[in-house]
Design a protein around this ligand. Structure first.
Ligand SMILES: [Zn+2]
Length: 240
């Protein structure tokens, strides 16, 4: 499903709409006392009509204590989702019209919350490895006609690969170590890093990889990709 800038602007044009989205993702309109929650004027809060219980929907989310308007936050999420081969803070700054510091902060918070996908891989899974620099390699698991998972590692020995398979692939699944299964993926990922970022450190490589795998796994549906990212960003940190 397409989800372009026009549709996005219709859904997230005001602070109230953005806060309402977060509230609906995490809470329902009904309070346990039987009352209904309504937005409190000029505050990022909802209050029950009957017992007066208050909820701050952004507590524990990526927006917690951020002075940046939620409309800008959601626009940043939208841009991040649509940047097929990654995005730099400089480019984010240009597109949003905010300071570099603000763009950098939003981008790094988004990047650290991105998840490659939910659950373990199933069906027939191919395992492949590729080297990125002198020190770091990547192990890749590719579900045939399905999503992928990837991890940055120092070594690609049997123990490391087995640990990765254990974490990423459903038990009892037939997997093969088919050479070159990940070729197009590796090619695109390397090109993306070269094009967008200079000298990626080992620590940052995994975050870039997560974002890249996330976009790849959700590449067929703009709306679903946007929703999936919002899900992981509004989820309170303790359960991420
Ligand atoms: Zn109540």
């Amino acid at each position: 499903m397409k989800y372009g800038l026009d549709s996005f602007r219709k859904d997230f044009s005001t602070e109230e709409e953005c806060l309402g989205y977060v509230f609906n993702k995490l809470y329902g309109p009904r309070c346990s006392c039987g009352g209904r929650y309504a937005k409190v004027r000029n505050r990022r809060q909802y209050q029950c009509s009957r017992c007066r219980h208050q909820i701050a929907p952004t507590a524990g989310t990526i927006f917690h204590k951020s002075p940046t308007p939620l409309t800008l936050w959601f626009h940043a999420i939208f841009i991040f989702c649509h940047a097929r081969s990654g995005i730099s803070a400089k480019e984010m700054q240009r597109q949003l019209g905010v300071t570099y510091k603000c763009a950098y902060r939003m981008l790094s918070l988004i990047k650290h919350r991105v998840r490659q996908g939910e659950g373990k891989l199933q069906g027939i899974v191919d395992i492949d490895t590729g080297q990125f620099s002198e020190k770091s390699s990547v192990i890749l698991a590719v579900e045939r006609n399905g999503p992928i998972r990837a991890r940055v590692v120092r070594k690609t020995d049997a123990v490391t690969v087995q640990a990765f398979i254990h974490d990423m692939v459903e038990k009892k699944v037939a997997y093969t170590t088919r050479m070159n299964a990940g070729d197009p993926f590796f090619f695109n990922f390397k090109r993306s890093i070269k094009g967008t970022f200079k000298n990626v450190s080992d620590a940052k490589l995994q975050a870039y990889l997560n974002a890249f795998v996330f976009r790849y796994n959700h590449r067929h549906d703009d709306k679903q990709r946007f929703e999936a990212l919002c899900e992981s960003l509004v989820r309170p940190k303790s359960v991420v």
